[in-house]
Design a protein around this ligand. Sequence first.
Ligand code: FES
Length: 101
Amino acid sequence: MAWVKVARVDEVPLGRMVKVTVDEDDIAVYHTEEGIFATSDVCTHATASLSSGKLDGCIVTCPKHGGKFDVRTGAAVTLPCVFPVETFPVEVRGDEIWLDV
Ligand code: FES
């Protein structure tokens, strides 16, 4: 694991999410009222980009079949998703977002 700067805070407005790529792995970065979180961008149900879905509070909805994950924990909260999505530690350093990946 190593800390990597992935974005500036102003590139991920509150209530939005963006996809970043670190070492060929796609990661979704979410800016919620509870803070900034990061998970794998790949839905665990099938191949779909979570950052292309919808973020409602701390819950992201997959655009493919509507499965949902809690971005704080990675837990699957709605079928058809049952397996959690990987999460990554986040630090905000000044106006920069860093992930431990
Ligand atoms: S691919 Fe995400 S819910 Fe099916």
